[in-house]
Design a protein around this ligand. Structure first.
Ligand code: HEC
Length: 145
């Protein structure tokens, strides 16, 4: 009986360690890849510190002229995950694309999800929780798309 307990505990320990290592490894890999993708494809317009281009506030009615910040000080947190991902992949809806490069077909969807998660690591808590609520609300209304 005692040996059985030990075997169960040892197995549990190994599973937990594996999960912890796997999680840490995954987080590092995704973050590095997302940061590299951002520098390659987005920083030229949205800024290397995600600060956006000067004059983006004046460009609200002509948003194509200046890229807004993605660091939580702009209006990205006023859009759901679905909307942000569609913008990044240029799948917003016909005629309303994204001034950025057409990357939707170049990278798998998962890479955009990692990129959005990395972008959000730059947001303050308030923007994060607001946008999370908005995303949940949008998903409840329309279902995952
Ligand atoms: C050539 C310049 C340019 C590049 C490169 C670019 N963007 Fe943009 N981006 C813009 C402009 C301008 C807008 C504002 C209006 C629009 O075009 O949708 C924008 C809007 C956005 C928005 C919506 C933000 C909001 O506040 O509504 C997101 C998210 C975004 N870009 C992410 C990205 C990501 C991620 C990349 C890299 C994969 C990227 N952009 C590359 C110019 C660019």
């Amino acid at each position: 009986m005692k040996t059985d307990n030990f075997v169960i505990l040892a197995a549990l320990f190994l599973v937990l360690m594996g999960a912890a290592i796997g999680f840490a490894w995954d987080a590092t890999r995704d973050t590095t890849r997302a940061a590299a993708l951002y520098l390659d494809q987005c920083a030229s317009c949205h800024g290397s510190a995600l600060e956006g281009q000067s004059g983006w506030r004046q460009a609200v009615f002509d948003s194509r002229s200046a890229a807004p910040p993605l660091n939580g000080t702009g209006h990205a947190s006023l859009h759901s995950d679905d909307m942000l991902l569609r913008t990044m992949m240029r799948k917003a809806w016909p005629g309303v694309g994204h001034t950025g490069p057409d990357l939707g077909a170049k990278y798998p969807d998962g890479e955009f999800e990692d990129l959005l998660a990395w972008i959000k690591t730059h947001w303050p808590k308030r923007e994060l929780s607001y946008q999370q609520n908005l995303t949940e609300w949008a998903e409840e209304r329309t279902g995952p798309r």
